[in-house]
Ligand binder design. Structure first.
Ligand code: NDP
Ligand code: ZN
Length: 182
């Protein structure tokens, strides 16, 4: 879908309300909405993505996983394509964390292109957080393990957007450089 600025703004408002009481895990406690806006910003300005279904899904990408939002609610407000992208990047929270992480690696090659773009921007944002604003209780080892795992997920979906992939590689390189200095 092209040029649906009103729906995009509606999605931002919807996500801001859904995440209103949530903060990121970093010691600086940023509002959760900062992360989903960073993901949408990366898609538009690094990935040069113009498809509003992808940009809207980026803004909504953590609503089903991390808030009370349902697929039905997203389909009704934003359409089936958006809700499909959001579902594709939603982990099954009934599974143990280690299994969820394994499944992200396994599923990455089979995602739609739209979901691959969102996954790339999400991992860029999370690896930036792991580097600059990590959760207070994470050891350096755990931070490095997160970067290694993120790289495994992304290696399974390469070849869709060279700008985002280059940005991801640069983010990983800088993250390792910074963490090795510690
Ligand atoms: P989590 O999955 O619990 O946290 C990472 C996720 O939290 C990110 O993917 C991101 O997801 C979200 N997030 C929110 N704020 C931040 C932030 N500031 N920085 C980074 N991520 C943030 O952690 P792990 O990835 O470590 O997964 C748990 C796994 O770690 C388990 O498999 C467990 O066995 C293992 N573990 C390892 C330890 C170690 O020392 N090596 C210790 C304990 C557990 P989103 O985009 O959805 O917001
Ligand atoms: Zn996310």
């Amino acid at each position: 879908m092209k040029n649906d600025l009103p729906k995009f703004l509606q999605a931002i408002s919807f996500a801001a309300q859904k995440h209103s009481r949530q903060k990121r895990k970093g010691a600086d406690g940023q509002p959760y909405i900062n992360h989903v806006l960073e993901v949408a910003n990366l898609l538009a300005n690094v990935g040069k993505i113009e498809d509003y279904d992808v940009l809207i899904a980026a803004v909504l990408h953590d609503t089903i996983e991390d808030t009370e939002t349902t697929k039905r609610e997203i389909t009704k407000l934003f359409g089936a394509t958006v809700s499909q992208y959001v579902l594709e990047v939603t982990d099954n929270k009934s599974l143990p964390k280690a299994k969820r992480k394994e499944l992200q690696i396994k599923h990455a090659p089979h995602l739609s292109d739209g979901a691959k773009y969102i996954k790339l921007a999400d991992k860029i944002s999370n690896i930036r957080d792991v580097t600059e604003n990590p959760p207070a209780d994470w050891s350096d080892k755990r931070r490095l393990e997160y970067i290694d795992w993120g790289e495994k997920v992304i290696n399974g979906l390469r070849g869709v957007n060279s700008n985002l992939e280059q940005c991801f590689d640069e983010t990983v390189r800088e993250a390792r450089e910074q963490l090795e200095q510690l």
